[in-house]
Design a protein around this ligand. Structure first.
Ligand code: PMP
Length: 355
C-alpha cells in the first residue's frame, strides 16, 4: 500500500480470480467458462463493429436493450447493460445498501459479494448455509437488509425453485432482493419475468457462461423501471460508456442465435451428468449442481492435495481454502466430453481407483 492510498481502502481484501495461465498447457476447468466458442453470429457482429471503433458506444445500449427485451419478454426500460454482471452486482451494493440496510447473503456463496460490500463501504451480514449446503430460507427471511442470492448458488451449484424466491420477495416488500442468475441457463428457474410483479426484485444475468462471451464482459440487470433508473443514475455518474461497442454488437448477435446457446447448454447438462456419474463411481460426494460446474469432495482426501495433483497432471480446477467447511471440495467446470474424460482418468490415476 502506498502512502497515497485512501484509508477507506486499507482493509480491502480484493477478490482473487481463478488462474488464467498463458498458453494452452492446461485443461482449464477452473473459472466456469464455456468450452465452446461464441455463436458465429456474435463473432460476425462484433467484427463488423470493429470498423466503427472511432465512435463512442451508444450510452443507452439501445440495440442490446431492445434485443434482450425481446428475448426475455420484458420492456427495454426494465434492463441495464453492464461490463460483466460483476458490474451490475457491484452497483447494486452501492445503490441498495447502506448503514440501515446492510447487505445479507449466505456464508458460502460468490466470493465477490463481501468484496463488493467492502469496496462500496457498506456493512454486510452472512447467513450460514445449512449442513447440507442448502440455503437457510427462514434465516434469510428473518435477516434485515438487502438480500443477495446467487441462484444457482456458487460454488455449490444448488438451485432454489422460483416459488422459494417468491417467498423471499413477499416476506418483506420493503427490502430489495437481488437474484444473481449467472448460471441459470444450465438447469435453474429464472425469475426475470417476476419483475413486473415485484418492485423489490433485481435479477442479474451474464453472457459469460451460456453465451460463451466471458472475454467480452457483458451483463444485464432486470428490474422495475424505477430500480433501473437508480442503476442508470450510478452508471451515468461512473461510466456512461461502460459496455464497449464491439461487445454490444456481439451481444445482439448472440441473442439472435438462441438455438446455438440452447444446444450448448444441453451439451453441458449432458456432460455434467456424465461427470457426476464418473465422480460418484470414483467415490466422490457431490451436491446437486444445476450450474456449468460440479462441486465435489472425496471423503478422506484433502481438497488441496487433489487440486495440486490435478494441476501437476495439467488440469486446473478451483479449490477454495476458505471457508473451512468447503476446503475439501473442488469446483470443477463442465467442459467438453473429452476434457471431462481426461479429468476422470487423471483422478482415477491419482486415487489409484478404477473408473
Ligand atoms: N455471479 C456469479 C455467481 C459468478 O460466479 C460470476 C462469475 N465469476 C459472476 C456473477 C460474474 O460474472 P461476469 O462478471 O463474468 O458476468
Amino acid at each position: 500500500m502506498s502512502k497515497f492510498f485512501s484509508n477507506k481502502f486499507s482493509g480491502l481484501a480484493p477478490y482473487v480470480p481463478g488462474e488464467q495461465p498463458k498458453g494452452a498447457k492446461y485443461i482449464k476447468l477452473n473459472t466456469n467458462e464455456s468450452p465452446f466458442p461464441p455463436s458465429p453470429k456474435a463473432v460476425a457482429a462484433g467484427a463488423k463493429a470493429l470498423e466503427r471503433l472511432m465512435l463512442y458506444p451508444d450510452p443507452e445500449c439501445g440495440a442490446l436493450c431492445n434485443a434482450a427485451a425481446e428475448t426475455f419478454g420484458v420492456r427495454p426500460e426494465q434492463i441495464v447493460c453492464t461490463n460483466g454482471s460483476d458490474e451490475v452486482l457491484s452497483w447494486a451494493f452501492a445503490a441498495f445498501c447502506d448503514g440501515d440496510r446492510p447487505a445479507v447473503f449466505p456464508d458460502v456463496t460468490y466470493g465477490f459479494y463481501p468484496v463488493f460490500a467492502q469496496e462500496n463501504g457498506v456493512p454486510y451480514r452472512v447467513v450460514p448455509l445449512k449442513d447440507d449446503l442448502t440455503m437457510d430460507i427462514d434465516a434469510l427471511m428473518a435477516a434485515q437488509g438487502t438480500l443477495f442470492i446467487a441462484n444457482p448458488n456458487a460454488p455449490t451449484g444448488i438451485a432454489l425453485p422460483r416459488n422459494v424466491i417468491e417467498v423471499l420477495l413477499r416476506a418483506d416488500p420493503g427490502r430489495m432482493v437481488v437474484v444473481d442468475e449467472a448460471y441459470v441457463d444450465f438447469g435453474g428457474e429464472s425469475v426475470v419475468k417476476l419483475i413486473d410483479r415485484y418492485d423489490n426484485l433485481l435479477v442479474t444475468q451474464t453472457f459469460s457462461k451460456s453465451r460463451s462471451m466471458a472475454g467480452a464482459r457483458l451483463g444485464l440487470g432486470f428490474a422495475a423501471e424505477p430500480v433501473i433508473r437508480d442503476l442508470n443514475t450510478l452508471r451515468f455518474s461512473v461510466n456512461p460508456y461502460n459496455v464497449n461497442s464491439v461487445t454490444l454488437a456481439a451481444g445482439v448477435g448472440a441473442l439472435s442465435d438462441p438455438a446455438y446457446t440452447e444446444a450448448n447448454c444441453r451439451t453441458i447438462v449432458e456432460n455434467r451428468a456424465f461427470t457426476a456419474a464418473g465422480l460418484a463411481k470414483l467415490g466422490f460426494e457431490l451436491t446437486d449442481s444445476k450450474a456449468n460446474f460440479v462441486f465435489a469432495r472425496c471423503p478422506g482426501v484433502s481438497g488441496e492435495v487433489l487440486y495440486q495433483a490435478l494441476k501437476a497432471k495439467g488440469i486446473l480446477v478451483r479449490h477454495f481454502a476458505k471457508p473451512a467447511r468447503i476446503a475439501d471440495y473442488l469446483r470443477i467446470t463442465i467442459g467438453s466430453r473429452a476434457q471431462m474424460e481426461a479429468l476422470l482418468s487423471a483422478l482415477a490415476e491419482i486415487l489409484n481407483r478404477p473408473i
